[in-house]
Design a protein around this ligand. Structure first.
Ligand code: XMP
Length: 542
């Protein structure tokens, strides 16, 4: 029967993907990203597509398996997104979670009655259809999906409606106290689904269930490793670039550093990196970037000291948006001057490398997030300037980029660098910018980072730095009255910088930083700690 189903499959015969891909159909909310990450943790490559993709489009992408995500809507809501029912005829193994089990049930002739009794939070999973063994905790089940999963383990539920009658050909394979069909399957057609969420950490055997589906049901291998990513990306870049020349703006941040290291491995001397030292960087940063890329990687690195140019440009400018605009425009002017100089020196640049990441590109199927996120790293090219883009990280999440950086031999201080705004210290000096203020802030900031680095070995604090406000206050040091600058310490916890909370640093750590800053940085006579979350504040002060 499986033979028959597969012979009717519209999956193109040309499908022979070098990299087997699991596509996650996104029914909204944040579940799809989490699922893609779990699949990738199982070392299988995964991408997200909108839930409403047609069966033809889906088949053309040659997926090795599909996962239907959960979603915030009820399947009966008028605006609810729906999968093309023909995807269930493609002969591709499918696993559905939560909203996904309900979609599958309705599309294939089952019933999902409205109930007033939902189930939220932890539930105990009872596996069905089992030939019971002597040990109750290790009940053996017929379902491949639940191999190695203990009877009575915890799963995470979040639903109101649930499957009442499974579709023809399916059997229920698990239940909980409130939910009669906590899982169902048609192993012949390789269609599986759970009402609970295996992708969340609260589901005790969640990762095991996902891996059972990938390895045992879909027959995939855990072959998507950092080494294989490097190998395929290097091959792709070589094929795209040929013997042309590539330019890359290196900031010393994680993304641009990994792009540079990867491209250097792929095309060696065909790569030129431009590092603009505008004087708004943190202490010792320019020297360390140059050391890593020139000495360790031997990249053709144009390191430009344009500090004076920027001081003159920013003199007397206090308005935050004006500062950002001037800094950004000048940066690209300098960058394009370098591209021009390379062309005049016989190395015309055809490609520009960028550190775009996967979350920048993800399309969501949900109504509220239906737009493609704005491509924030994209550079506004000046009129008449054309480069083709190379974006070697565009399939990766941030933590994968960090792993890749380590695999490529980048030092930890670059790989684990905290986010740092493009306009640098300029947005941490409130008011106009002078050399004196930059020097004060750089020293104070170095102390903040050194002390929190030493205390936070687990990297629990997302971002921490010093801010120099545009005020002075009276103090007393020794027997002398002082009239000096304060320093604001900002330290936040966050998952993605969209929201943040101020870090509950221990009083002793705050005291130590305050002491050191006042003793070691002449001109600072007061230290305060910012206890504002985001919202209502932002992480940066400008
Ligand atoms: P806010 O201040 O908006 O910052 O809460 C959120 C995150 O973005 C970083 N940030 C920037 N990053 N260019 C960047 O590359 C910028 O202009 C910029 N401004 C803010 C900020 O450090 C925080 O991590």
């Amino acid at each position: 029967m499986r033979e028959d189903t597969q012979s009717r499959s519209p999956v193109p015969e040309t499908c022979d993907p070098i990299q087997p891909t699991v596509l996650v159909l996104d029914f909204g909310a944040q579940y799809a990203q989490l699922i893609a990450r779990r699949v990738r943790e199982a070392r299988v490559y995964s991408e997200i597509v909108p839930a409403t993709i047609s069966a033809e489009e889906l088949a053309a992408r040659c997926p090795a398996a599909l996962i239907l995500s959960g979603g915030p809507a009820s399947v009966y809501a008028p605006e609810a997104p729906h999968a093309d029912p023909r995807i269930f005829e493609l002969g591709i193994p499918i696993l559905g979670f939560c909203y996904g089990i309900q979609e599958m049930a309705i599309a294939l002739g089952g019933e999902v009655p409205h109930t007033d009794l939902g189930e939220y939070g932890f539930a105990e999973l009872t596996l069905l259809g089992a030939g019971e063994s002597e040990d109750d905790n290790a009940v053996r089940v017929a379902s491949l999906l639940f191999e190695g999963v203990s009877q009575g383990s915890a799963c995470w539920m979040s639903h109101r409606d649930s499957v009442g009658t499974v579709p023809p050909g399916f059997v229920a394979t698990a239940r909980t106290g409130q939910t009669a069909v906590a899982a169902m399957e048609d192993p012949v057609r390789r269609l599986y689904a759970t009402q609970f969420h295996p992708e969340v950490a609260h589901t005790e055997y969640g990762q095991q269930i996902i891996e059972n589906f990938l390895y045992k049901v879909a027959g995939l291998e855990p072959s998507w490793t950092m080494a294989s990513i490097i190998e395929t990306t290097v091959a792709d870049v070589r094929a795209q670039v040929g013997d042309a020349h590539v330019i890359c703006a290196l900031s010393g941040g994680v993304d641009s550093s990994v792009v540079a290291a990867l491209l250097h491995r792929a095309i060696g001397e065909q790569l030129t990196c431009v590092f603009v030292d505008h004087g708004l960087l943190r202490k010792d940063e320019p020297a360390s970037v140059v050391k890593v890329f020139r000495d360790q990687f031997q990249v053709d690195l144009r390191a430009l000291d344009v500090q004076d140019r920027y001081l003159a440009l920013l003199a007397g400018v206090s308005e935050p948006e004006e500062k950002r605009r001037l800094i950004g425009e000048e940066f690209w002017k300098i960058f394009f001057e370098q591209a021009q100089a390379l062309a005049e020196g016989g190395k015309p640049v055809q490609f520009l490398a960028q550190g775009t990441l996967y979350p920048d590109l993800i399309e969501s199927g949900s109504k509220t997030a239906a737009k493609i996120k704005s491509h924030h790293n994209l550079i506004p090219f000046p009129l008449g300037v054309h480069f083709e883009l190379i974006e070697p990280l565009k399939a990766l999440f941030k933590d994968e980029v960090r792993q890749l950086g380590l695999e490529l031999g980048l030092p930890e201080h670059i790989v684990w660098r905290q986010p740092f705004p493009g306009p640098g210290l300029a947005v941490r000096i409130i008011g106009d910018i002078t050399q004196e203020k930059l020097d004060l802030l750089r020293e104070a900031d170095a102390i903040v980072r050194e002390e929190i680095d030493a205390w936070d070995s687990e990297r629990s604090v997302w971002q921490y730095f010093a801010v120099l406000p545009d005020i002075r206050s009276v103090g007393v040091m020794g027997d002398e009255r002082t009239y000096g600058h304060p320093i604001i310490i900002r330290a936040v916890s966050s998952a993605d910088a969209m929201t943040a909370d101020w870090a509950r640093l221990p009083a002793e750590l705050l005291a130590k930083m305050s002491n050191r800053i006042i003793n070691e940085v002449a001109g600072i006579n007061r230290v305060v700690y910012d206890i504002t979350s985001k919202p209502p504040g932002t992480i940066e002060w400008e």
